[in-house]
Design a protein around this ligand. Structure first.
Ligand code: NAP
Ligand code: F7E
Length: 361
């Protein structure tokens, strides 16, 4: 049955091909929005996460429309925003990898910091400040080298990477446009959130992909960085709902979104391994630490994955969002890890079948 199409709501998502963008696009379509997404040009296909939407009825109904654009390119942004005149813009596009930001600090700043400003300024120049609401994907990385045991909206920021510094600019320029031009613009300070759609080089996905492949004999070893780093990991599906909710409020207010529960990278590996029935024995310390399974080293610390300055402790206090917006995460840590392991196991099994068929022929 066709869903009712709410003609009055038009959303524009930057980063629509990413983890959050793909979930948010489906979420908004389910709410009856018309959704425009910005994708950047790449030589290989980068739309895997949204192909199922793009090939579905939403595209035929013209409810899901993609535009080529780039956060480094004001002209593309002005043209798209001017044509679409959205009610809501979700700025999720970013060079979002903290480790990579040390290798590409200028590019990261251009996309993340100036990209947010380019959109805000486009809204202002096009006289859309009364029509268009703006959501900025702010980050717990702003707390960085924190002394606080639980970080809330009141905790001072100490960004600890070029990524975090670029996001700090985006955070404050969003507040500045809100205060200077009365724009409905908010920051969602989101703690780490993961899913089967998580990028493959973030630590959680790297772990679930590697362990499922090791289990099936498709990979021998997982090389990893700082095992003691601690994060507050939630599920992306719970978090994208909040991005939308923040734009439905009477007043533009910034919120922290987090589970309040903290685990280490080692905990994430142990939970994943337990689900696979693999009992890992840890030996050694620091750079010499190893994970042994059935007498074989299957996990090894590799200092190539260490960062020049690493955020080692994050745990969010989202009491304000819980009290004002009535938000509680639906997924817990175990459910999150299980969903990721199950999904990567299916992919690994498919890879194994293809490999066997290839070897037979
Ligand atoms: P992601 O999977 O890495 O997606 C990033 C998106 O940005 C992709 O669609 C990517 O396009 C696009 N992009 C990159 N450079 C671009 C450019 N120059 N112009 C236009 N688009 C560009 O990130 P995510 O996990 O969904 O996170 C969404 C946002 O929330 C990001 O801004 C991230 O920094 C922020 N954030 C994430 C978390 C988290 O735990 N996931 C927590 C706090 C904040 P391609 O597909 O072509 O690469
Ligand atoms: O690292 C450590 C690493 O890359 C988590 C982004 O979405 O969340 C994400 O940033 C921790 C770090 O995520 C490896 O040193 C160990 O301490 O998965 P990550 P992140 O840096 O927390 C925030 C909230 C964002 O805003 C970002 O956009 O794990 N770690 N070994 C490793 N990390 C990676 N990537 N790879 C390793 O092998």
């Amino acid at each position: 049955m066709k869903k009712k199409f709410n003609k009055s709501k038009v959303a524009l998502i930057t980063g629509v091909t990413g983890q959050d963008g793909s979930y948010l696009a489906q979420f908004l379509l389910d709410k009856g929005y018309k959704v425009h997404g910005i994708k950047r040009r790449s030589s290989s296909i980068n739309t895997d996460r949204i192909d199922s939407i793009y090939q579905g009825p939403e595209r035929i109904d013209r409810r899901f429309i993609l535009h080529y654009g780039d956060l480094t390119d004001s002209s593309s942004l002005n043209k798209i925003i001017g044509n679409v005149k959205p009610n809501e813009i979700y700025n999720l596009g970013a060079q979002s990898h903290v480790g990579v930001s040390f290798e590409m600090p200028l590019y990261t700043s251009d996309v993340n910091a100036l990209g947010a400003l380019r959109i805000l300024d486009s809204i202002k120049s096009l006289n859309l400040t009364k029509k268009t609401k703006f959501y900025q994907a702010s980050s717990s990385e702003l707390y960085g080298k924190t002394n606080s045991l639980m970080q809330s909206e009141k905790t001072p920021f100490h960004p600890f990477s070029p990524y975090a510094v670029s996001k700090l600019f985006a955070h404050w320029i969003t507040i500045n446009y809100r205060e200077a031009y009365d724009l409905f613009a908010v920051n969602g300070i989101l703690f780490n959130h993961e899913s089967p759609q998580r990028g493959e080089t973030f630590v959680t996905r790297k772990i679930t992909m590697a362990l499922t492949k090791i289990y099936l004999g498709l990979q021998n070893i997982l090389l990893i960085g700082n095992l003691d780093s601690k994060r507050d990991w939630g599920h992306a599906k719970d978090y994208i709902e909040m991005q939308w909710l923040m734009l439905q409020q009477k007043k533009p207010i910034d919120y922290v979104i987090a589970t309040g529960i903290q685990r280490s990278v080692r905990d994430f590996i142990n939970e994943s391994a337990n689900l696979l029935g693999m009992n890992i024995k840890w030996v050694g310390k620091g750079i010499n630490e190893k994970g042994i399974y059935k007498g074989k080293t299957i996990i090894k610390v590799d200092k190539r994955y260490y960062r020049p300055s690493d955020v080692i402790y994050l745990r969010g206090n989202s009491a304000k969002a819980r009290n004002s917006l009535g938000w509680f995460p639906k997924y817990n840590f175990k459910q999150l890890v299980k969903e990721m392991i199950d999904s990567d196991m299916k992919k690994a099994q498919l890879e194994m079948t293809l490999k066997r068929n290839y070897e037979k022929n």
